[in-house]
Structure formats: C-alpha cells, structure tokens
Design a protein around this ligand. Sequence first.
Ligand code: SF4
Length: 364
Amino acid sequence: MPKKGLDPWGSEGIADYGRAFAEFGLEKFPDAWCQKLKHRLFERKIVLAHRGFDEVMKCITAKKPFINMTGIASSGPLHLGHKVDLDLFAFFKSLGARNYFAVCDIDAYVSRPDRSMPSLSAAKEFAVENAAHALALGLAENDIYVQGRKEQRYYEFTFELSKKITKNMFEAVYGHLDLGKVSANLLQYADIMHPQLKEYEGAMPSVTGIGLEQDPHAKVTRDIARRLPYRMKLPGFIYFAFQSGLHAGTKMSSSRPETAIFLSDPPNVAEKKLKNAFTGGRITLEEQKKLGGNPDICKVYEVLRYHHADSKRLAKIHSDCKSGKWLCTECKQFAAAFICGFLKTHQKKVAEKQKTARKIVHGK
Ligand code: SF4
C-alpha cells in the first residue's frame, strides 16, 4: 500500500528533488528520452522523473496512439506555473495522443474550504475562464471536459473505485478522512483511468504530468488500476519541477498574487512583478560586472527557462550573466518584453475563446 509522505494539497515547495526521488522510488527521466522528445521542458530538465512512461515512449517511437490525460482544479485564475501543464499537454497532443484535459469544477469546490471556494457555481465560473486559457494555448474543444458535465459511465466508474480504497488506506496515504477530499480523489482516479475503459479508448498506455507532491495520487491510482476488473495498462506519470514563486523561497501560488504572473495579468502588472522579482544579481553594479550573477537562483531567469522557446538565447543569457557581461536591468527588460508580448497575444485569443469555453462548461 502506498505510504504517506507528501501532501498533495500542501503549499510547500520541494527543497531537494534528488532526495525526494530516491525516497519515493521514482525513476529519473533518461537523457536519451529528453533528446528524443525535443521539447524545452524535457531538454531543460524541468521534467525530472517518471513512473511507467516507458510504455508511452514505445508508442511515441512506433507512432501509435497513447492517452494524454491531465487536469486542473478550477479554483482560481491560471498562472505561468499552470501554463507548464498546458504546454506539456499540447506537446503530447502534437505527437498524436488521444486527449483528455479535465477542468475539475467539482474537485475545486468539494476539496476546498468555503472561504476559498464558496459555491459550485463559483468553481464553474473559474472553469469557464480556465477552459478559455486552455483553448488559447492550443487545445481544441473536444480535448477538454469538465467533471460536472461527463457521461454517466464516468460517474458510475467513480463510484466503482470507492470499493477499491479503504478508510485505513486513505488515512495512511493522506493522513485524514476529509469527505470532500475523498470525493475529489475518487474523481481524480476516475479522470486518469476512465479513458482506458472500453466505452472510451480501451486499454492503452497513458501519461499524466504532475508535480512531485501529487505522487500519492499517482501511487494510489496505479495500485487501484492493478485491482480493477478491467483490462487496463498501469497509468504512467511524468513529474516536473514546479516553477517557483517570484520571491525568494516561495511557490508560484494563486493565494499569493505577488509571487505569480497570471495569464490574465495586464502586461504592465506582469512587468512590475518581474521587476520586483528576486534575482541572482550582486549588491552593486561594479561587483556584478566583476564577479558575475547567479542565474541558477534567479527568478527572472527561471521565468525564461520555463517559457522562452529559444534555447540558444537562454544559454547565452546564462553564460553572460555568470561572466558579468549581462546585467539585471537589461535582463529584466528582456524578460518583461517577452512576457508582455506573450500576454498580449494570449489574452486576445482568450477573449475569442470565451463562447466556446462557456459551451464546454455549461453546455450552451
Ligand atoms: Fe538574473 Fe538576469 Fe540578473 Fe542574471 S542578469 S541575475 S539571470 S536577472
């Protein structure tokens, strides 16, 4: 039975990924796969580890279909950290996957206290907004579903799963028996596994991209999959390092807006946040020119590393920062111009996708 260790609902970042991987028995994502996949999130080691992704790699190599399943709880506005999930999803879609992107309205309401999510209808309003952003980032209408508007078979399957996890098992893994979170978990297991039912794609390798703190869900899902009365491949997972917050020692979080650049931030607001971000620069200009900066602890560099497409430019910024040739003022201007340009284009697309997003969530 999976053991308790990480809190999927917690707000703490992971301090030492290497140790966490060893402790939780994850496999390092091989360099050969990173090179083969040719995407910045793999090449830049943002995707760090996996469970069972080898089956999906076989499908990609043989140009066979596989299931691409990811979701987000519609609990607030999306930020750059969420964009990583969506970029990964869009990448697997481009490789010919069968796509299931869940906007989790029920989960967002039942697993959160009323003070942060007062009603199911509030979660559905965020779901419309989230779906519009997903569409603007390259997903199609039929790639996306909301938990509250699925077919009967999905809900039936969710209830079936409740027979496969006991009170003791849930408490041992998650450390509590909050009924809202229990319900949300059953839906999440169903989200990951239902595409393999015969009513959908049938047994097929699948991949779900998650942060390391979501690993308890992954382990329980695989454990349940082994015991279901259906022919099913064990769901595969890839683990990425979450983009951290813009201030030192923070996680990018919707509950602390100053730490996050939201996809709906007006460009001038995003620019201000970037300019106030923690950097790896020195105290004085002279010192930085002489000793160089430290891009590896710098939040401005992290934004570029996660989102800028040009790897050559990124490598040059890294080396010029370290040698003192490239300074924080020009670097922040560069990053702000990049992010503001992205936000302007993206927000225009989001406005155009509102009607489709509302249809996905409300059916009209
Ligand atoms: Fe960060 Fe850029 Fe300054 Fe280097 S030059 S410390 S990457 S802001």
